[in-house]
Design a protein around this ligand. Sequence first.
Ligand code: ZN
Length: 247
Amino acid sequence: MLPDLERLIRLQRLDTTASDAQRTVDAIPSRIDTLDARLTASSAAVDDAKGRLGDKKSERAAVEKTLAAVQTRLSRFREQLMAVKTNKEYTAMQHEIATAEADVQRHEDIILEYMLELDDLTAAVKTADAALTASRAEIEQTKAALLTERGELERTLARTAAERSTLTETIGAQARALFDRVSKQRNGIAVVEARNGLCLLCNVRLRPQVFNHVLLNTELIQCDSCNRILYHDPNSRTAAAPTVDAP
Ligand SMILES: [Zn+2]
């Protein structure tokens, strides 16, 4: 194989590895943001449940206060009943007492309803709290894994950059310039395998004499359609591919 072609293939592999690693690294902050947003939502659900519980408790306290006032009034009426002088006063007082008793009953019923609602709201707080604890643990774990992954990817990037700079020094100026130009034009992919008469990236069918030259791996041949530098990989045999030994 032409030495420069072999080096360009390796250079392309390094670039592809680096660009994959870089893309993953670049996506990590937004993945962390998504995790943080989930945590914020879980935490807000707990606050919301606690808020509803607190509101209901305040409502109950207000009803209890009213009930206490009604009970005080009822006791006073009962005391006054002892002191009445006339039948008319007695009847009027009994009427007051009956009204107050009904009022007490009504408020006690409301408090009973509130107790049931408070049970539900307390259970909701507990559920939301448990969900928050679980998601916090899971999110912390995922974040730690992401940071580990980022560390590994950054080491990969450093390693590929070092290998790249050593490798490029060994490549002829013309081949390097061609690689750089095509790579820039073609989204970082300058070298691509041709197989079964096709450029494997743009899928265009190569003219037979072009493909026959590619099979030899002795020249830098570009795809007519995408301009990428083509090579033949003798290890990726398929039924339709003619077998040509690389020189
Ligand atoms: Zn092509």
